[in-house]
Each structure stands twice: as structure tokens, then as C-alpha cells.
Write a protein of this length. Structure first.
Ligand code: ATP
Length: 197
């Protein structure tokens, strides 16, 4: 099976932006956070049933876990957030593993904000490291309805920057332009291709 490059970083750091740059170079990319959403939007999935028992206030009438509700119930409650991740993690990992085994490529990218606090079968961890200032500005652009306070508390809820860096095999900075992102992704891609082909 392909090697797994875990691409991680806090919210708004630029994971998706780097993932798209790798994708443009032909590397299969998986959005693990989107995969988690497919699990909790499926009322029949055992993990969704379990979350619904633990947090009935987060359930939609159809038995799925609505995204907006998830944000209001979990985003600002670290303990509930931990419990949610503990339940979702094995389900998401199993799906990600299935997907990886189907790819024909020396390596694949798993993009996830949650990557750092789980025991992932990562071959290498690439952390996107971005100043809080750039992140806050980009998050605010993307979510015009969020207040400055909401943006700040979402950033504060992320794992500390040092935790990401401690687990990183490679670190890439994202305080520059999109052209710089493409150039950095190409450099990294050459390195990973040398390592894993
Ligand atoms: P999330 O965890 O919230 O999904 P993310 O880490 O995947 O965030 P992105 O979605 O890639 O981050 O980036 C956040 C926002 O910042 C996006 O709107 C993106 O277009 C923008 N952005 C990211 N990197 C750059 C850059 N180098 N220059 C300009 N805009 C950028």
C-alpha cells in the first residue's frame, strides 16, 4: 500500500490549500475531516448512534448529527470535543485505510486537523505552520458571520503550536502567497518521491 503523508495544522493554517497543491501534482489526497462528516451524517452508522446516546442535544430529528449543532455543542467544550473524537476516530481510520489501499501511487496525503491527537499510521507528518495573525485574517475572510471573539476562541481551542511541531517530521510555513505554496509543495513532492518511489 502507498505510504501515508499526514498533512496537518490548526484551523485556517492552510492544510486544504497545500492538499490541493499536492493533488495538482498527481498525489491522491483524502480529507479526513470530510470523511468524519460522512460518518456523523449517517444516522445508521454505529459511531453516530453512539454519539447520539452520549449527546442527545446534538441529534437532528433524522438521527444524524447536524454540522451547525456539532459546532455549537462541541466547538467550545473541550471535554465534549475529546469524547466526540474518541468515538469517531476508529470509524474514520478504518475508512481512510480502505481508501489508501485502493490508491495507485507511491504515497498519498491524509489531510486532517485532528491528526495530531490520534495514533495514526503515518509514514511522515507534515505540519503547516502559520502565524495566528494570518490564520485569524483568513478565517475571518472565509466566515464573515463569525465575530472576532469566535475566531479567537476557535484558534485557542486548537492544540498548541508546539504540540504540532513536536510531532512534525517536516514543517512548512504558510504566511506567503499561493505561488509560494505551489513552489513549496513541489519541493516537498520531489523529496517524498525520492524517498518512496
Ligand atoms: P480548516 O482547518 O479550517 O479547513 P485549513 O487549514 O484547511 O483550514 P485552508 O482552508 O487551506 O486552511 O486555508 C484557510 C483560508 O485561507 C482559505 O480561505 C484559503 O483560501 C486561505 N489561504 C490559505 N493559504 C493561503 C495563502 N498562502 N494565501 C492566501 N490565502 C490563503
Amino acid at each position: 500500500p502507498p505510504k501515508v503523508l499526514v498533512l496537518t495544522g490548526g484551523i485556517g493554517s492552510g492544510k486544504s490549500t497545500f492538499a490541493r497543491a499536492f493533488e495538482a501534482l498527481g498525489v491522491p489526497c483524502l480529507d479526513a475531516d470530510a470523511l468524519a462528516r460522512t460518518v456523523h451524517q449517517d444516522p445508521a452508522h454505529p459511531a453516530t448512534v453512539q454519539i447520539g446516546r452520549a449527546f442527545p442535544q446534538a441529534m437532528a430529528p433524522d438521527g444524524s448529527l447536524a454540522r451547525g449543532t456539532l459546532r455549537s455543542v462541541f466547538a467550545l467544550d473541550p471535554a465534549a470535543n475529546e469524547e466526540l473524537k474518541r468515538i469517531l476516530r476508529p470509524a474514520v481510520l478504518a475508512l481512510a485505510d480502505d481508501w489508501t489501499r485502493r490508491q495507485q501511487s507511491p504515497y498519498v496525503v491524509w489531510e486532517s486537523a485532528l491528526a495530531m491527537d490520534q495514533a495514526l499510521p503515518a509514514t511522515r507528518v507534515l505540519v503547516v505552520d502559520t502565524s495566528d495573525r494570518s490564520r485569524a485574517a483568513r478565517i475571518a475572510l472565509r466566515n464573515p458571520d463569525w465575530t472576532r471573539g469566535q475566531v479567537a476562541s476557535i484558534i485557542a481551542l486548537q492544540l498548541p503550536r508546539a504540540d504540532y511541531l513536536a510531532r512534525a517530521d517536516d514543517v512548512v510555513q504558510n504566511d506567503g502567497t499561493l505561488d509560494e505554496v505551489r513552489a513549496l509543495a513541489l519541493q516537498l513532492h520531489h523529496r517524498y518521491t525520492d524517498l518512496w518511489s
